[in-house]
Write a protein that binds this ligand. Sequence first.
Ligand SMILES: [Zn+2]
Length: 235
Amino acid sequence: MELATSLRGAAVAILSDLGVQDREDYNCLVSALAARFEPTNQSEIFRSQVKSRVREKGESLPELAQDVKRLVRFAYPTAGVELRDQLALDCFIDSLGDAEMQWSVHQNGPKSVDHAVSVALKYEAFHASRKKQGMPRPVRTQSEVAEEQNEMADAVRKVEQTLEKLTQLVGASNKNKGQGNYNRCHYCGMAGHFRKNCNKRKKDLEDTVQQCQINQETNRNAESYHLSGNGPRLG
Ligand SMILES: [Zn+2]
């Protein structure tokens, strides 16, 4: 308290940014002063704090809004009021930790954190009454969304693993085919039919038979030609 009462000028303004409890907390007051007067070092820390700020269980919306405003003030000590309000508004919506509520607040296009708080409170009251009536609340918290995303990622991973196994199996069976010539026609070497059903073999056989017939006919013709005495003598 001594430090708090001995502050002057710009440092006094820091007090108004702090809650009553924080004001009496020496460490909190020192860090607040440090943030104001050593912005380069401390503001980084507050920036990461405000970015990762998520509404705690049982924390009221006005409490959350006040804390976000406080963190933004320390995180962006040199920013103008307008910019700081906009940053606080964005950070507040981000910190709600409820995708449906965030969407609802965002849809209302709030101009300030206080406006966003009133929209969020209405949303909360509406869904609280629905819950009382036994209506399921169509709300997914960030943890539920994250859980669902994890499940999806697991499913995708399993599918990928199965695909990889299948790819390996197909690769192995192709190798076997190459090595053993299983399930291949022993006549033409193509897969999908056996030797006895091979079309190439049938055609080749027909060609052979036809060729034999042609040869026989040619021989007969030649014989009769020679026998007629018109050609040179055979032998
Ligand atoms: Zn064949």
